[in-house]
Design a protein around this ligand. Structure first.
Ligand code: ATP
Ligand code: MG
Length: 793
């Protein structure tokens, strides 16, 4: 019954077609790089929808980065007239956030819970350790942070963690204290997003039954990089904790064991074998045709990865010819490497009128660690070549932005101690470390937040603290009927941040960034809108709710509001404020790459962030022992195999041209390193290579033991990744014929739960309309008018 003539299937090979049209049962596609895994996954969604097997609401698709999720939505939107933004397509974290927003009460979270990023998490842990007199030498805070994240990834709460030694006990104690702290402040870290959703699905039969029934098809890309918790989370959609599988839904996992590059963060390739066994996978499909690269590139990748043991075993071939040889360049210094790179790039670029004439965005420079980008950036900048850096310090992670966000978070939630401490004396207002310590002691003694402890302080210090708190409270009062943009502008002004940076030597760029924040907020409101999909239904209604959204060919595709962040309470209609929604967005976006758009620019990124992407030309730089493979990894065999997989990922990003380079000396982390060429060169087929510089005897020999190790260090220099173009043309929200709610600001209204109040402002249209109401007894609330029953009095 497969319509072979369906245009969706035409551009697929027989194995791909078989995968796309599989019956609704669990299946695994295990295949090498560039074999069309992601294409199959996207096409399957389209095929399931067009053949009417499932509605858009019945699909959940999980990818690894926001960029990949957006890419998938774009491709799907191009194939079908469907509201992709309303669909459950996203990253694990993004989907868990959406889920918890819809069920915040059941998850025991405040409606406007905020997300703690890794930076804030670390400072919260440090603070906690200090308060409890834990020695930072014996328990490095980073290690404690790692420990807590690891526990959560293994699904362990403090009570579940086995303790053998005194030190174990101490760590678990910190974990416990950290959890209590987060719960009190109403914040969750990234691991918590996952764990909390998982626990709710596991422990609440009605919720689980609902989602098991709802998601007929679950599709997961890059499955090889899932960790234990993510696997358990996926499994709970298909199986009850007792092992029964009532729903009969289908999970399609897609992956490549050779591209597993997140073991250092808990990813388990073993999940693939577990999946086959525990899901009783009925269909395993291999794809062996590579459509991405010429054979010189592919041969290099195959030869390299063949040095790893314990692979699941796959082949890759291509029908494309050999193409250009893989070019190898040895530079005397890192500066010379960057120079050469820029020259080479110029030959490749379209605007030079030379062959091959690639667009700049089709040229990528990859490196092992962020710290390497600075030298390359300088060379590109001096040569006037536009470029964009991914990773590194992202917009929402910059100090000035985090300061502004901290003020904004305090408006939402005065008990957010992390934000309180970040800005209580920034800009400086004479509140010393001693005062803050006393405040922390008082808060601990009273078991309250720092904000609440302020009223008990005395003397001059107390007055300064009081003034700070009063300032926040006044601003909160003033922002009541303002738009999100106006709120941000007001906060920038009253916090003193702008004035502070104005007096700084290099503050101009920071002020620009702060202004950009206001624009980002405005675009967010226009782009994301406020939808209805995530309405938090009372539990007994969950099982009967019609969750499907039919296909509507008359609807525009990409420009409908995404319902991601708002879940009005089903009884009262209470909903997130635009500010709270924006703060969530900022936290989730910060943990990932920015989308690329706009100006044609060369792309710079770490190999990790290049996963799943492809470019016409790829430069893999810094191929030196101790850098790639990294120093830390070389200690053990497994570490080295992971580096090799990383190199495999790097090589297979290239379609037409591949360049590999290294430098004899490199200045990194303030030290000059004398390098030995990476061992990976010895694992590549000589016939596929062309040495641009003579292939020297490997020199040096004393390269080990320099620097401080690499991994994912962040370079403060790499700050150019924020792409202002991204918000240049926000799609215009769809104007629907608005069912009139007959409310105006200033009106007196009555709400069954909150009683009488005054409408302060109204936002959005039709079913998405929301009102801000100041209730006489219950203070200010945002209400979704489609749900909340407000009557004029
Ligand atoms: P990776 O492992 O790197 O994520 P992948 O297996 O997901 O790779 P895709 O990105 O889906 O591979 O596909 C690689 C390239 O090959 C894409 O440009 C895709 O459009 C193209 N491609 C895939 N299948 C076909 C096909 N049957 N005919 C032509 N091109 C194809
Ligand atoms: Mg892919």
């Amino acid at each position: 019954e497969v319509p072979a003539e369906s245009p969706l299937l035409q551009s697929l090979n027989p194995e791909q077609r078989a995968a796309v049209t599989l019956p609704p049962e669990h299946a695994l596609i295990l295949a090498g790089a560039g074999s069309g895994k992601t294409r199959v996954l996207t096409t399957r969604i389209a095929w399931l929808l067009t053949t009417g097997q499932v509605s858009p609401g019945g699909i959940m698709a999980v990818t690894f980065t926001n960029k990949a999720a957006k890419e998938m939505m774009t491709r799907l939107g191009a194939m079908l007239p469907v509201n992709v933004r309303g669909m459950w397509i996203g990253t694990f974290h993004g989907l868990c956030n959406r889920f918890l927003r819809a069920h915040y009460k059941l998850a025991n979270l405040p409606q406007s819970f905020q997300i703690l990023d890794t930076q804030d998490q670390l400072s919260a842990i440090k603070r906690l350790m200090k308060q409890h007199g834990v020695d930072e030498e014996r328990f490095p805070p980073k290690e404690v942070q790692w420990f807590i994240a690891g526990c959560k990834e293994d699904g362990q709460r403090p009570k579940d963690v086995p303790t053998r030694t005194e030190e174990d006990r101490r760590r678990v104690e910190l974990y416990q204290l950290y959890e209590e702290r987060c719960q009190r402040e109403g914040v969750v870290d990234f691991g918590e997003l996952m764990l909390r959703s998982y626990e709710l699905l596991r422990d609440n039969d009605a919720v689980r039954a609902h989602y098991q029934r709802r998601f007929r098809h679950i599709l997961v890309d890059e499955f090889q990089d899932t960790n234990r918790l993510q696997y358990a989370w996926l499994k709970i959609f298909a199986f009850n904790p007792d092992g029964s599988a009532p729903a009969g839904n289908a999970v399609l996992a897609v992956g490549d064991d050779d591209q597993s590059i997140y073991a250092f963060r808990g990813a388990r390739v073993g999940n693939m074998q577990d999946f086959v066994r525990e899901f009783h996978v009925a269909h395993q499909i291999k794809l062996e045709q590579n459509y991405r690269s010429y054979s010189n590139i592919l041969d290099s990748a195959n030869a390299l990865i063949s040095h790893n043991k314990g692979r699941l075993g796959k082949n890759l071939r291509t029908d494309q010819g050999p193409g250009e040889p893989v070019r190898v360049y040895e530079a005397p210094t890192d500066l010379a490497e960057a120079q050469w790179l820029v020259e080479e790039m110029r030959h490749l670029a379209r605007d030079q009128g030379t062959e091959p004439g690639f667009a700049k965005r089709e040229i990528a420079v990859l490196y092992r660690s962020n710290a390497q980008s600075r030298v390359i950036e300088t060379a590109l900048f001096n040569a006037g070549v536009p470029y964009r850096v991914y990773g590194g310090l992202r917009f929402f992670e910059r100090a000035e932005i985090k300061h502004a966000l901290a003020y904004l978070r305090l408006l939402e939630n005065p008990n957010d101690d992390t934000s309180f401490l970040r800005v209580v004396n920034f800009p400086p207002r004479g509140i010393g470390a001693r005062t803050i310590e006393q405040l922390q002691d008082a808060a601990r003694a009273a078991g309250c937040s720092l904000h609440d402890a302020v009223s008990a302080t005395t003397g001059k210090a107390g007055a300064n603290l009081g003034a700070f708190v009063a300032k926040i409270d006044v601003v909160r009062e003033q922002t009541q009927d303002l738009s999100l943009r106006e709120i941000i502008e007001l906060v920038l002004q009253h916090s003193g941040l702008v004035d502070h940076y104005r007096s700084e030597k290099d503050g101009a760029e920071r002020i620009e960034n702060l202004e950009e924040l206001a624009s980002a907020a405005e675009s967010f409101v226009m782009q994301e809108g406020f939808g209805r999909d995530a309405v938090a239904l009372p539990i007994d209604e969950l099982s009967q709710s019609p969750v499907s959204q039919g296909l509507d060919p008359n609807q525009p595709i990409l420009d409908q509001p995404a319902p991601d962040y708002v879940a009005p309470d089903a009884e009262t209609g209470e909903t997130l404020s635009p500010l709270a929604a924006f703060l969530t967005h900022a936290a989730l976006e910060a943990g990932d790459n920015q989308a690329s758009a706009g100006q044609d620019a060369v792309q710079l990124m770490t190999v990790h962030s290049a996963k799943g992407l492809e470019f016409d030309a790829v430069f893999v730089t810094g191929l030196e022992e101790g850098l790639f493979p990294s120093e830390r990894s070389m200690a053990d065999y497994e570490g080295l195999e992971e580096e090799r997989r990383l190199m495999y990922v790097a090589i297979t990003r290239a379609r037409k041209r591949l360049y590999l380079s290294y430098a004899q000396t490199r200045l990194l982390h303030g030290q000059t390193r004398y390098n030995v060429r990476s061992r990976f060169f010895d694992e590549l087929p000589e016939a596929a290579l062309k040495w641009l510089t003579p292939k020297n005897q490997n020199f040096g020999g004393s390269a080990f033991g320099f620097g401080t190790g690499y991994g994912s260090t962040r370079s403060p220099g790499a700050q150019r990744d924020w792409n202002p173009d991204r918000f240049a043309n926000p799609p215009v929200p769809v104007q629907k014929a608005a069912p009139s709610h007959g409310l105006k600001s200033g009106m007196q209204v009555f709400h069954t739960k909150f009683g009488e109040g005054t409408v302060i402002s109204i936002e959005g249209q039709g079913d998405d309309a929301r009102a801000q109401v100041k209730f006489n007894r219950h203070g200010i609330k945002w209400l979704a008018l489609a749900v909340a029953k407000l009557t004029p009095v």
